[in-house]
Design a binder for this molecule. Structure first.
Ligand code: ZN
Length: 68
């Protein structure tokens, strides 16, 4: 089994074994996901968009219930 390619909070390479078919252990799986996303596409902050959509949905529901 290969060594995990993730980095610990201290900045050292993780010493755990990588999962089967992956370069990272279970703890550092999220680092692999981040690496795959190109930086150009992160111009739109998906988290901010999601929060805005949820906010508008809540406001929409609020007005829908007030009209009744
Ligand atoms: Zn790891």
């Amino acid at each position: 089994m290969a060594q995990c390619s993730g980095t610990t909070k201290k900045g050292d390479q993780c010493k755990r074994d990588a999962q089967d078919g992956a370069d990272y252990c279970a703890i550092h799986q999220d680092q692999e996901v981040r690496k795959r996303q190109p930086r150009e596409e992160s111009e739109w902050d998906n988290d901010a968009i999601l929060k805005a959509v949820i906010g508008f949905a809540i406001i929409g529901l609020f007005f829908m219930f007030r009209r009744r």
